[in-house]
Design a protein. Sequence first.
Length: 92
Amino acid sequence: MTSSKPIKIRGPSHCAGCKEEIKHGQSLLALDKQWHVSCFKCQTCSVILTGEYISKDGIPYCESDYHSQFGIKCETCDRYISGRVLEVSGSK
Ligand SMILES: [Zn+2]
Ligand SMILES: [Zn+2]
């Protein structure tokens, strides 16, 4: 499997979602950034992503929104062709 899960970390930083300082409590490290746990949400439906997520261009989405926006449906069975797409970090 190639899905991603946020990693829980601690320590002062700035949230990539709301840009506020993360003072204490739990934050997430995802997409190479830190987020308040409550700020790491699907860009489309705002569901808080505590488990699996899919990112595109550094923006997190829940699985169903990712598929509905970027997924490819099988013409025959009308199911999304699976293939969790992970963000490919280009030039680093
Ligand atoms: Zn935040
Ligand atoms: Zn969503």
